[in-house]
Design a protein around this ligand. Structure first.
Ligand code: 13P
Ligand code: SF4
Length: 348
């Protein structure tokens, strides 16, 4: 018989006090309020990775987010610790837009064309552990939306060109922030010869962007921003850097989920702030900070983040250290760990 939600939440709290310091529940900013209420720490991909790497007292990490986040925690957590996710099917479609086979092909074709020039791979956190390992083994790094600009600058200090995957928008927005010219950034479409580019355009480019995207953030348009500016003169508009460049350029600021939370908290009382990101974060901020008017740029939801429910969280807590374990093979872990450790060094 299904339990009432309040009973489920009570049972989660009872399990938490039973497990004490041996357990930590990490929740991403896009989680629903019921999950956030029972979590121990909330953050963006960068902050949650850092917590997974640091909190050694907790033998068991339960990650309320999507699979690549839990997988990264499993790499960073170190031996003797377990990482579980309440729903193994909570994936990220963008992370699946690049796979080791098509990235290897792109790498080979680019290396063939560029000869002795040094190409540095930079992979967005939203990717499989295998692709993180690919970067770790080739002197590259992982970045998140909070440190993408710093990581890109670092990559250009190591080589003349960067292959950035899978999110073309985060890559382009970061390239724009570093002042790269339009023709210095090209898009690589896997499956097409030379990724759909001419040899000349590849030689002229500095930043090669994989053609991945987030279907939650590409729903935001410059028209949404123009409309918000008309309806709410004086409002500040902030967006996530997974949005297309026209949206980021028209906004007042862009940043990771945590950076957006900080922006909202630092704004003066009475501010009107319109946010272009996943709806659960916007609604939570609006509820938590009534002295500011916080509105969505448009309602856009991540169905994968929403797969994490109190019932599924309770089920993993009842089978702690076993159910829905997220594990990474040792050979992948070593190289993925190198790329993730570099990410943690490249602080936002
Ligand atoms: P953050 O690292 O900004 O939390 O972003 C993760 C994500 O998946 C955004 O869509
Ligand atoms: Fe992936 Fe987009 Fe969902 Fe973030 S919001 S987890 S990038 S699908």
């Amino acid at each position: 018989m299904a339990l009432e939600e309040s009973e489920v939440l009570r049972a989660i709290r009872a399990k938490k006090s039973e497990l004490g310091a041996r357990l930590t529940i990490l929740t991403h900013h896009y989680q629903r309020p019921e999950i956030v209420a029972v979590g121990d720490h909330m953050g963006d991909s960068f902050g949650l990775s850092r917590l997974a790497a640091q909190n050694e007292k907790a033998r068991h990490i339960v990650f309320c987010g999507v699979h690549f986040m839990a997988e990264s925690a499993a790499v960073l957590a170190g031996p003797g610790r377990t990482v579980q996710i309440p729903d193994m099917n909570a994936g990220c479609p963008m992370a699946e837009m690049a796979d080791p086979v098509n990235v290897e092909t792109a790498w080979r074709e680019l290396a063939g064309l560029l000869g002795q020039e040094i190409l540095v791979p930079l992979v967005y956190m939203n990717s499989s552990a295998e692709l993180k390992a690919f970067c770790g083994a080739r002197g590259g790094a992982v970045c998140t939306s909070s440190n993408a600009k710093t990581a890109l600058k670092w990559a250009f200090s190591r080589g003349s060109r960067v292959l950035f995957f899978p999110d073309q928008h985060l890559g382009r927005n970061s390239g724009n922030a570093l002042g790269l010219a339009r023709d210095e950034m090209i898009v690589w479409s896997p499956g097409k010869p030379l990724g759909g580019n001419s040899a000349g355009s590849i030689r002229r480019s500095r930043l090669i962007l994989w053609d991945g995207f987030c279907h939650v953030h590409t729903k935001f348009t410059p028209e949404h921003i123009a409309d918000a500016r008309k309806r709410l003169p004086g409002a500040k508009i902030i967006v996530h850097p997974e949005c297309p460049e026209e949206v980021v350029n028209a906004a007042d600021a862009s940043g990771s989920t945590d950076q957006m939370v900080k922006y909202v908290k630092a704004a003066p009382s009475g501010s009107v702030i319109v946010i272009g990101t996943e709806i659960h974060l916007v609604e939570r901020l609006a509820a938590e900070i009534p002295e500011k008017t916080i509105l969505p740029l448009f309602r856009s939801m991540c169905p994968n983040m929403f797969k994490i429910s109190p019932e599924k969280l309770l089920a993993v807590l009842e089978d702690i250290g076993r159910k829905n374990l997220v594990e990474v093979p040792e050979d992948i872990k070593a190289d993925a760990g190198k790329a993730l450790s570099r990410m943690l060094e490249l602080a936002p």
